[in-house]
Design a protein around this ligand. Sequence first.
Ligand code: ZN
Length: 439
Amino acid sequence: LSAAEREAPADPVNAALLRVSRRDFERQRKLPSDFVQAFSEARTVSSNAWEEARANDDFGSFEPHLAKMFDFAARAADLYGYDAHPYDALLYDYEPGVTTAEVKETFASLRAFTVPLVRKIADRVRERGELADPAILERPYPIEGQRAFGLKVASAFGFDFNRGRQDLAVHPFETRFSRDDVRMTTRFQENYLPDAMYSTFHETGHGLYEQNTGSDLARTPLARGASSMVHESQSRTWENLVGRSRAFWAHWLPELKAEFPGTLDDVDVDTMYRLVNRVQPSFIRVDADEVTYNLHIMLRFELELAVLEGSVKVSELPEAWNARVQEFLGITPPTGRLGILQDVHWGAGLIGYFPTYTLGNILSVQLFEAAKAATPGLEDALARADYAPLRGWLTEHVHRYGRMLLPMDLVRQATGQGLSAEPYTRYLSDKYSRLYGLD
Ligand code: ZN
């Protein structure tokens, strides 16, 4: 690295390759190898303990392992070093250059907006009932039809099945071995249409990012997404901003109906649009709708900070968790499985990861608005299910850079501004006020 730095390559790809390699190297060598080994062993044991605790709904058996994970996180933060908050050092693994203070500020404004909106929608449903019958999505939808529809939409979005594929797994995810070998997984529930469908749209968004990193970055550490937040902004774009839009269903509903003859005869575009955008406070993060989802993230972020700062003990986490679910969503988890035991992250030592989900939601709207402003006719194209203009803009301004830019530099370059929750809250407010007839 030192020799290469003395040569100071002038071309941007090699300069970035050197910069990022140096950054990765300096960061990794801050952790002594015995620490890395001990952490690695402990997180394997802890992940298994979590799986068992979740199956038995028994937080007590998981608690000592979770305490260890937080302890390792705190020690890692000390080893990495930080200026303002130990959490900054943990966040760096997922969002290099983003600070805890920035996340706190962004989340505070989003929370102040979201909690009253959730209340208003819940009141509206109590007074006037659901917008459409949720049981429609629980009719029998044979898996072959679900698979065919998902693949058709993923291809239309632009996923290249010559350079990637979709397989089955317990949990949907995306991974890549190179930009020319991108794998996604999904799972099917015969009696619940949205699960496979929206996880396919979501993972396709991740996959498009990986397939469209610059070919000049191939086989280097630059050939992957800039950060977890930027990655999630891409999955949410295709899942929510495209896949949960009315324009999407105006085009695709007839195709969906053709996969399931006779099953959706009574469903029109507006009904489908309402069904896939139903807002309902719920216990499980991954099942949450666009409006309530971020509250699930905020409570996890707050609890991570509280444990690191010492204001909440690990043994007090279940109670602190349930209190926040009640405060944010107006419901209390009846079991640990529906509460603190639901997510794999903490047990696997991934402390500092959760905020990137909500930051990704926020960023998706900023990028989408920038794409619309720069691309005349983009919305007409989306209405025709022509996704090339949107994908093209995202490739040009996000995908092709891979890890060349730090996430916040990429945001500024692509949108002309820093990360801001304002476009996102405006999007949620417009969409859901109209849907639920709020003033
Ligand atoms: Zn994702």
